[in-house]
Design a protein around this ligand. Structure first.
Ligand SMILES: [Fe+2]
Length: 286
């Protein structure tokens, strides 16, 4: 196993491992060590079957079925969401985000938020369609001390229902939830600054489209605070890494300290097909 940093403040490429078969205990140790140091790992040039994708994700955390209504999954694999702009016979193959930028961490709105997520690139456009990742640790640590102190104990109210409504609007074809479905997903309170359970380092941690409010602040005030933090994230050197996908890339990241966002691409004449799987973390809350 060879681990090569991509540069900047986080992220590494991992080569010398064929993920079509079980990794050895020594390889697993090396991969987990790299995961905790670099927070994001890209395994390039892989040729994975869906079961291989899940085995990779499960080096970090158990795979979890997608929430019903989250979007189209691979047949026989309710844990693997199809993210794509491709339509066949007028039917969209997967979930499409036509709205673009949305900084988030996966499944921060449901119980047992993940340790890690996996995106596997099957088909990628010639240009565009990159994914932005942000180092939540560095984003936090580069704030001034007074701002850090003002954020430390803040709690965000998360709404899966609000996120699904946003995704349905962004996708254009997802069904809107009915009252029964909404009732299955009560709001959850989560910290704005999350302490990483392995390193003890703090990280900015939020999903702007699903936070309804922060503590006693109004919705517009809460949104303005998060927009200010995103402004800090995107303008601070070394916080953001942009992954330019190649087909065969399997990218795993630590959802406890890495935020991510899609980047726009030309939908008209290019095909993008990605598989997303998201783990189940150990804690009901965090
Ligand atoms: Fe995501």
């Amino acid at each position: 196993v060879t681990v090569t940093p991509v540069g900047g403040s986080f992220g590494a490429r991992v080569t010398g491992v064929d993920l079509r078969s079980q990794v050895t205990p020594a390889q697993k140790d090396a991969i987990l060590q790299a995961f905790h140091v670099y927070h994001l790992l890209c395994f390039p040039d892989q040729d994975l079957a869906p079961a291989d994708e899940l085995r990779l994700l499960e080096l970090f955390n158990p795979a979890q079925s997608m929430v019903e209504g989250a979007g189209p999954c691979l047949p026989g694999y309710p844990e693997i969401l199809i993210v794509s702009n491709i339509a066949e016979d007028g039917q969209p193959l997967g979930l499409t985000n036509k709205v673009s930028m949305e900084w988030h961490t996966d499944n921060s709105e449901i119980p047992y938020p993940p340790i890690a997520s996996l995106l596997y690139a099957v088909e990628v456009p010639r240009t565009g369609g990159e994914t932005y990742f942000a180092n939540g640790h560095l984003a936090y640590e580069t704030l001034d001390a007074a701002t850090r102190a003002s954020l430390d104990d803040r709690r965000c109210r998360y709404s899966w229902v609000q996120l699904q409504e946003w995704l349905a609007a962004a996708d254009g074809s997802l069904p809107v939830m009915n009252d029964e479905q909404r009732a299955l997903h009560p709001d959850l309170m989560r910290p704005l600054v999350r302490v990483h359970p392995v390193s003890g380092r703090k990280a900015l941690w939020f999903t702007i489209e699903s936070v309804i409010s922060i503590d006693e602040m109004s919705r517009p005030e809460s949104r303005a605070l998060l927009e200010g933090l995103i402004d800090h994230i995107v303008k601070t050197p070394y916080v953001v890494y942009r992954h330019d996908w190649e087909a065969g890339d399997a990218v795993v990241w630590d959802d406890r300290c890495v935020l991510h966002s899609v980047c726009e691409y030309n939908y008209a004449d290019q095909r993008r097909l990605m598989h997303l799987s998201v783990g189940r973390g150990p804690d009901r809350d965090c």
